[in-house]
Design a protein around this ligand. Structure first.
Ligand SMILES: [Zn+2]
Length: 114
């Protein structure tokens, strides 16, 4: 798997859905002699593109919930979703309890000047 980490995986699915949607809509043009079939296939392609927009929106929501953690193996900062996720650079499984995440967010609140 080229893409690691939950957020990257979902983003890849979204990208594939857009690609698939355009392929389906292109295929629909081959059915120009059968308008009903062309319309149905075109709608499927359109729904796939629409779905991918939903997936991207969902990823946006998820990344606000993710926590930035420095990977112990490659020492790069990666986004971690949930209590266990993979490093997006080296694929190392990173796990930490929710207590750590809570402490981190509290520290961030303290450092907030407002
Ligand atoms: Zn890493």
């Amino acid at each position: 798997m080229m893409w690691r980490g939950k957020i990257n995986k979902i983003r890849t699915i979204g990208m594939l859905m857009i690609f698939l949607g355009f392929v389906i809509m292109y295929v629909a043009l081959l059915f120009q002699k059968i308008p009903v079939l062309m319309y149905i296939v075109m709608m499927l392609g359109f729904l796939s593109v629409l779905g991918s927009v939903g997936v991207y929106f969902w990823v946006g929501l998820l990344s606000t919930k993710s926590v930035q953690v420095k990977c112990p193996r490659c020492e790069r900062v990666t986004k971690v979703l949930g209590s266990t996720d993979e490093c997006s650079f080296c694929g190392t499984t990173l796990s930490f309890d929710s207590k750590y995440a809570k402490e981190k967010s509290q520290n961030e609140e303290k450092s907030d000047p407002s």
